[in-house]
Design a binder for this molecule. Structure first.
Ligand code: ADP
Ligand code: MG
Length: 877
């Protein structure tokens, strides 16, 4: 056999992140009930006041082949089999009642397998009142004379309380009493004999430090949680014996303080232990009936009896309750008798009942899980969600663990061997639970009114009869009287002695009376003196009071004046504020307007700039276009003229040839000079040889320019007057349009400014051209020039680099000399004169490739109405 291994109690775990000073662990107590039969095998041993040891029962040991261990479990306190209900109450429950009376919440539950003594502990057995009646007893003992009248407190459906004034409460009482079935239980009623011995608690127990300046009300409710449904055991329902109505389950709600409560649950106001227990007993009976009717197992349900203590402070006079809802303090003590913690198979439940049993175990399982998660969170600082909502039981008590309050659990154990395994489970749960910490409830707020209000207005001093009479005291101080019994008829001593003693007493009495009178007189004098001094003082005080009153009235008027002033100033301020707002609004509006105007201006400015740019572009474009157009027209005109000139020249040559050939024998022609002089006015022979820079100047001189090439060209020819006249005749026959125009030269001055259009003044003269002052006269063509642009490029371009000026002219004669074969290819020469600064000019040759035929066609296409004006500018020096 293996040695028994004693499991030592767990060491307290050092909690992480918990404020030990503000939290208390759940108080777990263990109560071991006595065995039902003395010969039963016992497996639980109370080692000391805090430790129990579980012994493995014999049968169990044999089944497990001797592999067993003995375990010890420690609790806050362990109660053995001889523990009385009173002892248990004093240790476990009375602190909770004390807290309740001081406005703090408490939860007390019994846990254990069926038959372990949970109900015995909580409710009690006949003759042995349990914790519940004892708690009630203590509460009523404590608050007894400070209880509020019935219906002063009224519970509402939001888990809070309302206060009614005394009159309303009285009216409600009368109304209820007038009802056919009085619902109001009487607190004067005798206890039901059924439970009378359970509440007949001999031991007087009372809470300490009761707030006597408050009034109290007690409300009780009793619910049952069965199969995860909540039933109100105090609900008034008409029981139909034939067709019993199924009880309606209730739902849970959360109030504004995050406390869970059963919505619509009956709360009965009770005024005594008897009355409260009677209400409880009513619920208990109902529970039993329901179990029988619905074939339920009573051990599978949890019962919750709640005691709600409502307290409100007395008003400043100490007469009535303060009518302020915020000053009400509500505390609650829940006494829970849990269902048996044994597993389902032990109860041999079947079908529906098995499911129900499973659910009940499920809610206990949830309770276990909640405790485990709470412990884990508190020990390791984790933040796991506690599954309170998984069962109604845990959900209802959620705030006891999450919020604040005092939680205590009594683990009930039946030491019999059959319960061993279940007891082990119970112990393990208890171990877990006592490591869970719950926030300590805070002390209730003080209302702020002066303490001792209740007794302030009551008459002072106790009853008069209790104190010994003054005469008796005086009599006792007199010398004792001699025996007054006459022994015989001849006794002459007794009476005289008695008379003497009485006389002495009489004398003494007289003396005392005199003394008393004297003292009375003295006292009267003193009183008078005191009276007069009092009067003086009173007068003095009155004077002072009058002074003060005057001062007060003066100050009052001053205050009134200041208040008036204040009001005026306030009014002024108001007006000023209004004005300011108006001004500010105006300012805002103006600023907005300014901004919008600015924006508008900017827009306009940018528009203007855009427009300017566009116009600039248009101007440039137009000028370019016109420049090109002018160039094209000028070129076309030049070309046309050159062609005509050339044709005329050819014809002249032919004519010359005709004239000269048949008359070789004719006398010598007049001299060239003479011919020329005669022909010159009509001749428009081509331009001379390429001009040198010096010739530019000669251009202006007109005649000179033209005479030179003629001299040169016509040096070989001999002409006569008859020939000339013939030519003239021939020319006359030609139509004005086909008349060849002899353009000697066309010099054009380009303007320095680009884009400036050039105009050519064309004269009507058919023959010749002359240079006038800065003006070149050319024949006019009333025709449209339809020559393409590339044709316009014909001619010589005279460009100067430095001055940017150019003169263009064409000399067909020269071209012909250069190309004597008569090829259609002609070369345009561009003469670059010397730069104004003396640097060398650049010559550009442009080859023209247009055919004469095309040119002629172009010439013939010139229609009437077309005017080409060219205004060459003189080259600037
Ligand atoms: P539970 O409610 O746990 O099922 P009960 O409280 O109904 O168990 O107890 C079952 C029986 O045991 C009752 O008859 C009760 O009188 C008795 N009993 C329980 N605990 C004690 C005790 N400590 N002393 C005497 N009898 C007890
Ligand atoms: Mg029970």
């Amino acid at each position: 056999m293996k040695p028994a291994k004693a499991k030592m109690p767990r060491k307290p775990v050092i909690k992480k992140g918990s404020q030990s000073n503000l939290k208390d662990p759940v108080g777990v107590y263990c109560r071991v009930r006595p065995l039902s039969f003395p010969d039963q095998e016992c497996c639980v041993e109370v080692v000391n006041s805090t430790t129990v040891q579980l012994h493995t029962p014999e049968g169990y040991r044999l089944n497990r082949n001797g592999d067993y261990k003995e375990t010890q479990y420690s609790f806050k306190r362990v109660f053995g089999i001889h523990t009385t209900q009173k002892e248990l109450f004093d240790v476990v429950a009375s602190p909770l009642v004390d807290d309740l009376i001081h406005g703090k919440n408490g939860l007390l539950f019994t846990y254990g397998v069926t038959g372990s003594g949970k109900t015995h502990t909580m409710t009690g057995s006949p003759g042995y009142g349990g914790l519940l009646p004892r708690c009630l007893n203590m509460i009523f003992n404590s608050i007894g004379s400070f209880q509020a009248k019935r219906y002063v407190f009224k519970s509402n459906d939001r888990n809070s309380m309302e206060i009614q004034c005394e009159v309303d409460a009285l009216l409600e009482r009368q109304k209820r009493e007038a009802m056919p079935v009085p619902k109001t239980p009487s607190n004067k009623r005798q206890a039901d004999p059924e439970f009378a011995d359970m509440i007949n608690v001999q031991e007087f127990c009372k809470a300490e430090e009761i707030d006597e300046d408050s009034v109290y009300g007690v409300f009780v409710s009793y619910i049952e949680i069965y199969n995860n449904y909540i039933y109100d055991l105090l609900e008034e329902v008409q029981l139909d014996p034939i067709k019993p109505k199924l009880p309606q389950s209730k739902i849970l709600r959360e109030d504004k303080n995050h406390n869970m409560y059963v919505a619509g649950c009956t709360e009965v106001e009770v005024k005594s232990t008897e009355e409260a227990f009677e209400v409880f007993w009513r619920g208990q009976k109902k529970r039993r009936i329901a179990n029988t009717h619905l074939n339920r197992e009573s051990s599978r349900s949890h019962s919750v009896f709640s005691i709600k203590l409502v307290q409100a402070p007395l008003d400043a006079d100490g007469d009535n309750v303060l009518q302020e809802k915020e000053q009400i303090t509500i505390s609650q003590l829940s006494l829970v008798d849990l269902a048996g913690s044994e597993r389902t198979n032990r109860t041999k439940a079947e079908g529906n009942r098995l499911r129900e049993a499973g659910n009940i175990n499920q809610s206990l399982m949830t309770l276990r899980t909640c405790m485990e998660v709470l412990r884990e969170n508190q020990t390791y600082g984790t933040n796991k969600m506690v599954p309170y909502r998984d069962s109604k039981l845990t959900h209802l008590f959620k705030n006891y663990f999450d919020g604040e309050g005092k939680v205590r659990m009594i683990v009930c154990v039946n030491p019999k061997a059959e319960d061993y395994e279940e007891s082990l489970q119970v112990m393990r749960f208890a171990e877990v639970t006592q490591e869970v910490e719950v926030a300590r409830p805070v002390d209730k707020a003080i209302c702020g009114l002066t303490p001792g209000r209740r007794y302030r207005n009551l008459p002072r001093g106790g009853p008069v009869g209790d104190e010994p009479l003054v005469t008796e005291v005086i009599l006792q101080s007199f010398p004792p009287l001699p025996p007054s019994k006459l022994l015989d008829i001849n006794d002459e001593e007794t009476l005289p002695k008695l008379i003497e003693a009485l006389e002495k007493r009489h004398h003494l009495r007289q003396l005392m009376t005199e003394e008393l009178n004297k003292q009375c007189m003295n006292f009267k004098a003193l009183l008078k003196e005191f009276d007069s001094s009092l009067l003086n003082k009173e007068n003095y005080i009155q004077e002072k009071l009058n002074e003060k009153e005057k001062l007060i009235s003066g100050q009052k008027s001053e205050i009134e004046r200041l208040e008036k002033k204040n009001k005026t100033l306030e009014y002024k301020i108001e007006v000023l504020e209004k004005t300011t707002t108006i001004y500010e609004e105006d300012k805002r509006n103006l600023q907005q307007e300014l901004e919008s105007q600015n924006q508008k201006l900017q827009r306009q400015f940018s528009d203007k700039r855009r427009l300017e740019a566009r116009l600039q572009g248009m101007v440039t474009e137009t000028s370019m276009k016109w420049q090109k157009e002018c160039e094209r027209r000028v070129a076309a005109t030049q070309l046309e003229m050159q062609n005509k000139l050339w044709v005329k020249d050819e014809k002249l040559k032919q004519l010359k040839a005709i004239v000269t050939e048949p008359k070789p024998e004719k006398p010598e022609r007049p001299s060239r000079e003479r011919d020329r002089e005669r022909i010159l006015p009509r001749s428009v022979s081509p331009s001379p040889v390429p001009l040198s820079s010096n010739n530019i100047a000669q251009i202006s001189t007109g005649q000179q320019l033209m005479s030179q090439p003629q001299l040169h060209r016509r040096s070989n020819s001999c002409s006569s007057i008859s020939v000339a006249s013939c030519i003239s005749e021939w020319e006359q026959k030609l139509s004005p349009f086909s008349t060849p125009v002899n353009v000697t030269s066309l010099a054009r001055h380009r303007q320095q400014e680009p884009g400036q259009s050039k105009t050519c003044i064309v004269s009507d003269r058919r023959r010749g051209m002359y240079w006038t002052e800065g003006r070149e006269m050319v024949p006019t063509f009333n025709s449209e020039i339809g020559v393409e642009e590339d044709r316009c490029r014909r001619g010589d371009v005279y460009k100067t680099r430095g001055g940017g000026q150019s003169v263009q002219f064409t000399d067909i004669e020269t071209l012909k000399q250069e190309s004597p074969t008569g090829s259609r290819k002609r070369r345009s020469s561009t003469i670059a004169p010397a730069q104004p600064d003396g640097t060398e000019s650049e010559w550009t040759d442009v080859e023209t490739r247009c055919s004469v035929a095309v040119e002629m066609r172009a010439g013939s296409q010139l229609g009437p109405g077309y005017q080409h004006h060219a205004q060459p500018k003189r080259k600037k020096p």
